[in-house]
Design a protein around this ligand. Structure first.
Ligand code: SF4
Ligand code: SF4
Length: 183
């Protein structure tokens, strides 16, 4: 025992007093991803970039919602989500103490409404994403495309573009939605 105390005295004060004092991490330390749902536009970029499948996004076209979820148990703190997020809705924090007593605390989720197409009514993209594109175009100096085209699903956009072309033979399939249905 005496030998142990002698060794401790010889070693002196430890560099880090953790866990009796907070542990200072480097400024670029990659800890727990912090998610801000208010900033998220539900673009799904982070879920595609995540190599550990810690992030998932599910789109329900019937109810018009998109669900985002993170599982801290799967996260490997690589930082890819932070790199690709266009709105900084997810960033890696200095937090490294992740132990929980309830497994449910390892999950975080958010739900987002989808925008319905102005022509056919199908849900096609998150409302926030459509609004962001609209606002960005408004603020830019470039000429705007027809504004209501941003409210159309890809299929209706294609249909409208093809109908707008001169000298195009309009078949039954390319007629506007309302005419096509009555034909
Ligand atoms: S830090 Fe890496 S593993 Fe963790 S959620 Fe982000 S992309 Fe996925
Ligand atoms: S990349 Fe950012 S904005 Fe897009 S879904 Fe992920 S957290 Fe949300």
């Amino acid at each position: 025992m005496l030998k142990l105390f002698k060794t401790i005295l010889k070693a002196g004060t430890p560099v880090a007093k953790y866990p009796f004092a907070p542990y200072e991490v480097n400024h670029d330390f990659r800890g727990k991803p912090e998610y801000n749902a208010d900033q998220c536009i539900a673009c799904a970029a982070c879920t595609k970039a995540c190599p550990a499948n810690a992030l998932i996004m599910e789109t329900d076209l019937a109810s018009g919602t998109r669900r985002w979820e993170i599982s801290m148990a799967r996260c490997i703190f690589c930082g890819r989500c932070e790199e690709v997020c266009p709105t900084r809705a997810i960033t890696l924090s200095p937090t490294f103490e992740l132990a929980v007593t309830n497994k449910a605390d390892l999950y975080e989720e958010a739900s987002f409404p989808l925008a319905a197409c102005g022509e056919c009514g199908d849900y096609f993209a998150p409302e926030r994403l459509v609004s962001l594109v609209q606002d960005t175009l408004k603020q830019s100096a470039t000429p705007l495309p027809e504004h209501d085209r941003l409210q159309l699903c890809p299929a209706c956009k294609r249909r409208r573009s093809m109908l707008a072309q001169e000298n195009l033979f309009i078949s039954r399939d390319l007629q506007p939605a309302d005419q096509g249905e009555n034909a």
